[in-house]
Write a protein that binds this ligand. Structure first.
Ligand code: ZN
Ligand code: ZN
Length: 275
């Protein structure tokens, strides 16, 4: 079985727990180490039982708690070379530190992890596509635009966590200084509700039956607006029965990813053992 649970989402801190194929990993550790441990325990998970923490990029809302948490609980950390350098992860001070680069597929027990490049203003940011028991879950936050290679990587997933960061009108009329608005709107910034709608309509495969909208801006978005944009896009695409969840700052409950068919993801790809 493959399942995940968002422990936190948004600018206050991002972290998602994933279990499957006999492995248990954390995607991003943007909450403080104590808060991460508390949220894991309330999910019924012993923090020391994690097999790895995979960091998407070095921004504080994704990497803040990684070093301290990893040291306290003895959990290995993995990220791209750029992320490791920019986050200041020091190999001597951490449990095993592994490099994952875009294009590679890694394995921890029977959980496979495909690393995909994303456009964002960080050193070498990545998205993750995880697969176990024939089900696939993709995790992509902090994405400046829907690059073709990313859309292709997300297409066949059974469940997708995708950022839906801002509503363009709220961002335009909101309190941010213009330079920050430009950064968010730019090709290395964040995805809008409209970008998510475009992906739903044109890029998302029929396999995807659960979409989690994540990393919503508190100032420049509203959960209702993000939901409505995605719902309308699914309706335009004639897709019914797709579950939609908004991940708030407090995260979500467990979400189980069911395989649609026996067509296992990642088959035939070269897999590198991660730890
Ligand atoms: Zn972020
Ligand atoms: Zn970021």
């Amino acid at each position: 079985m493959l399942r995940f649970r968002v422990l936190g989402s948004g600018s206050d801190g991002n972290a998602t727990l994933v279990e499957g194929g006999g492995a248990r990993v954390l995607l991003d550790a943007g909450l403080g180490p104590r808060q991460l441990a508390e949220r894991l325990l309330s999910a019924g998970v012993d923090p020391a039982s994690l097999d790895a923490i995979l960091i998407s990029h070095e921004h504080g809302d994704h990497a803040r708690g990684a070093s301290a948490f990893a040291r306290k609980w003895g959990v290995p950390v993995a990220g791209s070379r750029g992320t490791i350098a920019a986050a200041g992860f020091v190999p001597e001070k951490l449990p095993p530190l592994a490099v994952v680069e875009p294009g590679a597929t890694h394995a921890i027990a029977r959980l496979t992890i495909r690393v995909v490049a994303v456009p964002h203003d960080a050193a070498r940011p990545v998205a993750f596509v995880l697969a176990a028991s024939g089900a696939t879950f993709a995790h992509a936050t902090d994405v400046g635009h829907l690059a073709r290679s990313l859309v292709e990587a997300l297409r066949g997933c059974d469940a997708l966590l995708l950022e839906s960061n801002y509503d363009p009108a709220m961002l335009r009329d909101g309190p941010y200084p213009w330079s920050l608005k430009e950064r968010i709107l730019g090709p290395l910034g964040h995805l809008s509700n409209g970008d998510v709608a475009r992906l739903v309509e044109k890029g998302l495969g029929e396999e995807c039956r659960h979409l989690v909208l994540a990393h919503l801006s508190r100032k420049n978005n509203h959960p209702e607006l993000a939901l409505l944009a995605a719902e309308e896009a699914f309706a335009r695409a004639g897709r019914r029965g797709v579950r939609l969840t908004v991940a708030g700052a407090a995260g979500t409950d467990w979400i189980t990813v069911h395989p649609r068919s026996a067509r296992g993801a990642g088959k035939g790809e070269r897999q590198l053992r991660l730890f």
